[in-house]
Design a protein around this ligand. Structure first.
Ligand code: ATP
Ligand code: MG
Length: 227
């Protein structure tokens, strides 16, 4: 039997006191690639935030990797985040340091101390996203697509069990979006589980995967033709 990475039962998602989504029942298994679609304001980011415990789970049951979203404490959040790779629309690279040092900063912050091991890991993740020769560059010296590939490399540093990507191609042109998508696709083919919120229907059609739609406070699976 394949391993369950995310399990939600009757979950409701709130922003402050406002109910955004309810009756969410969902299971994501290891190795799956799942899209989350829906129009602006439908709750995609709120859903993703619930998964990485940026929004507390107030109602329902939720398990993600080895963590129980309902009972976990504030102090557990960094440990959950270490098992996740999170990618945002706006890259969120540190602008005052080069790519190698951006990645080193994350490794140090997550407990790495050995310089040689850190260098090897940085080289490994940059290689995975096709950016091995660009580690000396500063974020402003890279294109948007390259910056996003670095952000994906950063998400891979701690060998996450799950990658959560919230509109990772939202700031990119169609061709660059496809390049970034190819990187995510390859990571998924190597066995990594990915949940990706997106508006980009062209990408979904080009790279079909299980698709969940947020609409009218609900989240439900749709088949490609119905999108
Ligand atoms: N920090 C917040 N505080 C209060 N309400 C919020 C907050 N963030 C989002 N909301 C509300 O929650 C609802 C869902 O927003 P969310 O950002 O999850 O939508 P989305 O599907 O990700 O939209 P988009 O496609 O624009 O990114 C919206 O009505 C929004 O106004
Ligand atoms: Mg959003």
């Amino acid at each position: 039997m394949s391993e369950t990475i995310v399990q939600l039962e009757d979950v409701s998602v709130f922003q402050r006191e406002n109910l955004i989504l309810n009756e969410i029942n969902l299971e994501v298994k290891k190795g799956e690639f799942v899209y989350v679609i829906g129009k602006t304001g439908s709750g995609k980011s709120s859903f993703m935030k619930t998964l990485y415990a940026d929004l507390p789970l107030k109602q329902g049951k939720g398990k993600i990797v080895d963590f129980d979203l309902k009972t976990m404490q504030e102090k557990d959040i960094p440990f959950l985040r270490r098992k996740l790779g999170i990618v945002f629309q706006d890259f969120k690279l540190l602008l005052d340091r080069n790519i190698n040092n951006n990645l080193k900063f994350v490794l140090k912050a997550t407990g790495w101390t050995d310089s040689g091991k850190m260098e090897n890991k940085i080289e490994e993740v940059l290689e995975k996203v096709g950016m091995k020769t660009k580690g000396f560059k500063f974020p402003h010296e890279l294109s948007g697509g390259e910056q996003q590939r670095v952000a994906i490399a950063r998400a891979l540093l701690n060998d996450p069990e799950l990658i959560l990507a919230d509109e990772p191609t939202g700031n990119l042109d169609p061709q660059t979006s496809v390049e970034v998508m190819k990187v995510l696709q390859e990571i998924n083919e190597n066995g990594r589980t990915i949940i990706m919120a997106t508006h980009d229907y062209a990408l979904i059609l080009k790279y079909p995967h299980k698709t969940l739609k947020c609409d009218g406070s609900k989240i439900f699976e749709v088949i490609q033709k119905a999108i």
